[in-house]
Design a protein around this ligand. Structure first.
Ligand code: SER
Length: 388
């Protein structure tokens, strides 16, 4: 099943259950939001989860592009991407968690043909403030799906304050043998769909209060489920990466982890540029800058003549089309190239400065500050230049 078809099956299934489709937002949260990028489908809906009536009603469905930098170090494994898409559904004070889970089970098994024997669920076990989620536990027991109870892993929040609640996660077995063990003990159980009973709000001083309405917020990782349905062993092999897989290895021979990082970060950088972010030393622009620099660092390890110049415009077009962004591909390439030149100049200057006698021994905190403030050399760059 192609990713596009998975999206339409999901949306139609929930439209048949009276959900209205909303248009996903860009990666940029509204002004005033302390978070740099949209990190999940619920993020742009926060005011409605907190009680403001949504113009399209109480049942919503969408596909939302998200960016997570918390997972940056995990990029390159089988399941993590920096920019990914999340299929989401919401009950804004309408139906409760068990119905959401039941529909989720129905879509996965009957709608998408997944063998129910390959599913595992996790459920909130309760802590000193909130009791166990017995309603979700009961639903899974009725459906014959094995359940693991956890505390921290089954409490979802989008940050230290704001809407949060217990969740029930659905895992799909990705191993070659029959399922064994449980999601927390065996990572062949891949989390595909999270159902959050968004019932509480965490206040600044850490206490929990009930939200004015009981919501359900669900998020399904599109590329993860697509790759499993397509029988692939990593998200990088699902169809959204087809042209990347075809073209990148012919440009730059890379080992598999480097290839994954390069594809992920370049594709993410294109989407971030397409949403209007420009490279900078702070905030969103710095995330973009780090993505590009990480790609170049990997490419230059074997051959410093490699660069963005080699990148075929089709990859940029494919990405902008996929995310329905109307920036011109040539402009994206120009900005990437400018950033590459800036990085080359900075590295050159860095090597010259670090060759000075003062920096030959162990560096002090004061040295790191001086190198950063006077020469624009971040600590991680200094460390890696000294290892050259
Ligand atoms: N907000 C939850 C998540 O991101 C479910 O959508 O996992």
């Amino acid at each position: 099943m192609k990713t596009e078809q998975l999206v339409s099956t999901f949306i139609e299934y929930f439209e048949e259950r009276a959900h209205r489709r909303i248009v996903g937002s860009t990666l940029l949260p509204p002004p005033g939001d302390p978070v740099l990028f949209t990190t999940s489908g619920m993020h742009p809906l926060t005011p409605y989860l907190e009680g403001r009536p949504h113009p399209l009603g109480r049942r919503l469905v969408n596909v939302q592009r998200c960016l997570r930098t918390t997972d940056l170090e995990e990029v390159g494994d089988a399941t993590h991407l920096t920019v990914f898409e999340m299929l989401g559904t919401w009950s804004l004070g309408d139906y409760e968690g068990p119905l959401s889970l039941d529909w989720g089970y129905g879509l996965l098994t009957e709608g998408l043909g997944i063998d129910p024997g390959l599913l595992h669920a996790t459920v909130f076990a309760g802590d000193s403030q909130i009791g166990p989620d017995t309603a979700s536990l009961q639903l899974w027991q009725d459906r014959g799906v094995p359940v693991e109870l956890t505390v921290e892993d089954n409490w979802w929040s989008n940050g230290p304050v704001g809407p949060c609640g217990p969740d029930s996660e659905i895992f799909l077995w990705s191993g070659d043998c029959p399922p064994e063990s449980t999601p927390t003990r065996d990572d062949r159980w891949v989390e595909v769909w999270n159902h959050v009973m968004m019932t509480h709000r965490r206040l600044d001083e850490g206490s929990l209060v009930p939200l004015p309405q009981r919501n359900v917020d669900t998020g399904l990782g599109l590329e993860r489920l697509a790759s499993l349905l397509q029988g692939k062993s990593s998200v990088f092999e699902c169809d959204v990466f087809d042209p990347w897989h075809r073209l990148v290895p012919t440009l730059w021979p890379l080992d598999e982890p480097s290839l994954r990082l390069v594809c992920d970060h370049l594709r993410s950088a294109i989407v971030v540029l397409g949403d209007g972010v420009r490279p900078a030393n702070t905030g969103r622009g710095y995330v973009l800058r780090r993505l590009v620099r990480r790609v170049l660092t990997v490419l230059w390890r074997d051959d410093p003549s490699r660069g963005v110049d080699d990148l075929p415009v089709q990859l940029v077009e494919h990405t902008l089309d996929h995310f329905r962004q109307d920036m011109r591909p040539g402009d994206v390439l120009r900005l990437l190239l400018e950033e590459e030149r800036r990085f080359r100049r900075l590295l050159e200057r860095g090597r010259q400065v670090l060759a000075r006698p003062r920096f030959q021994g162990r560096l002090t905190e004061e040295d790191f500050h001086y190198l950063h403030d006077t020469h624009g050399l971040p600590r991680e760059m200094v460390t890696s230049l000294r290892q050259e």
